[in-house]
Design a protein around this ligand. Structure first.
Ligand code: ZN
Length: 184
């Protein structure tokens, strides 16, 4: 799954396919911060309340949240909420000591992927599986164009004079847990 999403209450999920695309810890920090900002600005709470009304779910019941389908969580938010999460996420990542270029590099990679797999739908020797491409398409449908997000990220870097904060930490996996057991 090449996507990331957050639930009210603070859980953030990030797909393995998305992790596979990351080259630096700063890219991961910017993605996580983006999802945290959706929670912090109550974007996901509003969506849950709308969906619950439509489906007549009683959110007082703990199980009701789990009745919302996965594609609801993957569907994304309004365009202005996405830009808000990008912008506030970059502030959060920078305040935590990460490079804002983590966001820039991620959006550049998304722009390239969007061009290769969505605009010019590559086929025979493509590096990604059909499934990965499907989830990538879902991600691009639910987010503003990567080229627009990239332009906004660069604009914020110029505005905040963050140009010197270029250094990023390489992405590495500390440990893995499968079904509750450490495997590495
Ligand atoms: Zn988002």
């Amino acid at each position: 799954m090449i996507n990331a999403f957050s639930l009210p209450g603070g859980s953030v999920y990030i797909g393995e396919g998305m992790l596979d695309l990351m080259m630096t810890e700063d890219e991961l920090a910017n993605i996580l911060a983006h999802e945290i900002e959706h929670i912090d600005h109550y974007h996901c709470v509003e969506r849950v309340q709308v969906e619950a009304k439509l489906k007549d779910l009683n959110l007082e019941l703990l199980g009701a949240l789990l009745q919302l389908p996965l594609d609801f969580w993957e569907a994304g938010y309004h365009k202005d909420e996405e830009f808000e999460a990008d912008r506030e996420g970059m502030y959060l990542a920078v305040r935590s000591g990460y490079s804002p270029y983590g966001a820039v590099d991620t959006f550049e990679r998304f722009a390239k992927l969007c061009d290769e797999y969505v605009i010019h739908a590559q086929s025979p020797d493509q590096e990604l599986s059909e499934l990965a491409i499907q989830s990538l398409n879902g991600y691009f449908r639910s987010h503003p164009l990567p080229s627009e997000r990239l332009a906004e990220a660069n604009r914020l870097i110029a505005q905040e004079h963050w140009e010197t904060r270029k250094e990023q930490k390489p992405f590495r996996i500390e440990y893995e847990v499968h079904n509750g057991a450490y495997v590495k």
